[in-house]
Design a protein around this ligand. Structure first.
Ligand code: NDP
Length: 454
């Protein structure tokens, strides 16, 4: 059977763009891609990239204060110029979107700036009614912020809107205890916003190493974030004099200029013809795929957040590359989801790879090597900030099962440590690596005595 395209990709985020570009430019496939919003998807347009730029912006007051303590005659005058930053941010996102569009054009991918849905296992229908057939369809539609089902929830914003605010709020409530909530609590606090954070559980960053979670939470509180654990929104409504009145589950009432829900993200699977075509979805509405990202319908594949495996950009990109290898290069390649290093850009930053102490202990006997100390740069000026470095080691095999770092630059450090750990490095491999001195990360190779064994 003749098809219009070898591959039709739905969704122009990190995963979709990578698959389309590589399939077209490196395997000669005839490829089309449809994106209804802006090319680049969540990561580039409303996620990782603008978030990281906001993290940078938010750290300057702390740096200037530190510079003063080091002897500089430094001051920050006035409040943060949000409109100026936002204008520069929008220009940068336009630039990046242009780069993505040019990459696709250069690779020979035909792009459609429209919503697309699956009409049948080999046909995609665009919003204007046009239809195209494809030998393979790749769904890479990502996810979307999920908000709690409470009255007036639409008064709140999500991470989609936070980059476009007209003005920065003076007083903000952030709901959630995951990546986005904790990152934005730090960002907004650094930008001079009075931040309150509600988290329904006992400690933020559920699923991560407990000691690291506590360490980060203590810092956030010391930095001025009003963190309320065991707390959720009970009711919210417009306040009479302006703002949003919030009643918490602990019985407190307060008024905020802005409320932001960072309460998880749901896969974008509604209204795109998946179920009608026979594609199975799981209980969370994510597309069910096998190790090769293939759905129940052999011609339809899915990658990235829409499959709800690991919601991280580099993972979607890996899945895209494995998809191209499998389908267009004849090399079936399963994605390896084990030992993925990642960073949470909280303040302080958190880098992590492998098992938490709790997970490792449930699996086998372990040794824990852990140190918390004041880094040289901050201790010099009498600051209380401490970093945390932690290695989890298998007693039986000596393999390093996990590494958790809370420190400035932890994201950079964990990328490097992640290579060794992915290679199966043992504690003794770490020990025989000479330290780089004086650095924070040298502690990773100088912790000689286990802090505890279990
Ligand atoms: P997360 O799943 O990380 O966190 C969601 C948070 O919202 C949890 O604390 C959860 O609580 C809470 N929550 C869920 N439902 C409700 C509710 N109804 N009421 C109150 N609280 C609720 O999601 P995020 O939105 O923070 O981020 C989505 C994903 O995006 C992340 O999982 C991550 O994979 C990715 N991401 C990665 C980043 C990075 O790499 N640095 C940065 C940002 C996002 P509970 O713990 O009790 O379930």
């Amino acid at each position: 059977m003749e098809f219009d395209y070898d591959l039709f990709v739905i969704g122009g985020g990190s995963g979709g763009v990578r698959a389309a570009r590589v399939a077209a430019s490196e395997t000669g496939a005839k490829v089309a891609l449809a994106e209804e919003s802006r090319m680049g998807g969540t990561c580039v347009i409303r996620g990782c990239v603008p978030k990281k730029l906001m993290v940078f912006a938010s750290t300057y007051p702390g740096r200037v204060a530190e510079a003063r303590d080091y002897g500089w005659n430094a001051t920050l005058e006035g409040a943060f110029d949000w409109p100026k930053f936002r204008t520069a941010l929008e220009a940068e996102l336009d630039r990046l979107e242009g780069v993505y569009n040019r990459l696709l054009d250069g690779a020979g991918v035909t792009t459609y700036a429209q919503r697309a849905k699956i009409a049948d296992p080999h046909t995609v229908e665009l919003a204007d009614g046009s239809r195209y057939t494809a030998k393979h369809i790749l769904v890479a539609t990502g996810g979307w912020p999920a908000t709690p089902d409470i009255e007036n929830a639409d008064l709140a914003i999500t991470s989609n809107e936070v980059f476009h605010l007209e003005t920065l709020p003076q007083k903000m409530l952030i709901v959630g205890g995951g990546y986005i909530a904790c990152e934005f609590a730090g960002i907004m606090n650094g930008l001079g916003v009075e931040v309150t954070q509600f988290y329904r559980g006992a400690q933020i960053l559920r699923g991560f190493d407990e000691e690291a979670r506590g360490h980060i939470a203590d810092h956030m509180i010391r930095d001025g974030i009003r963190l309320h654990t065991g707390t959720n929104i009970l009711r919210m409504q417009k306040a009479e004099g302006g703002g949003i009145e919030v009643v918490s589950t602990t019985g407190q009432t307060d008024i905020f200029d802005q409320v932001m829900f960072a309460t998880g993200r749901a896969p974008n699977t509604k209204g795109i013809g998946l179920e009608e075509a026979g594609v199975a979805l799981n209980r969370r509405g994510a597309i069910v795929v096998d190790g090769y990202s293939q759905t129940d319908v052999p011609s339809i594949y899915a990658i990235g957040d829409v499959t709800d495996r690991v919601q991280l950009t580099p993972v979607a990109i890996r899945e895209a590359m494995a998809f191209v290898d499998t389908v267009f290069r004849g090399t079936p390649t399963a994605v390896d989801h084990k030992l993925i290093p990642s960073a949470v850009f909280t303040q302080p930053e958190f880098g992590t790879v492998g098992l938490t102490e709790e997970e490792a202990r449930a699996q086998e006997e372990i040794e824990v090597y852990c140190t918390a100390f004041k880094p040289m740069q901050q201790s010099f000026v009498g600051r209380e900030d401490r970093v945390l470095m932690k290695l989890i080691v298998s007693k039986a095999t000596r393999v390093v099962l996990g590494c958790h770092i809370v420190a400035e630059g932890a994201g950079e450090m964990i990328q490097m440590a992640g290579i060794a750990i992915k290679m199966g490095a043992t504690k003794e491999d770490f020990d025989r690596t000479v330290a780089v001195h004086p650095t924070v990360s040298e502690e990773l190779v100088t912790m000689r005595v286990p802090t505890r064994t279990a």
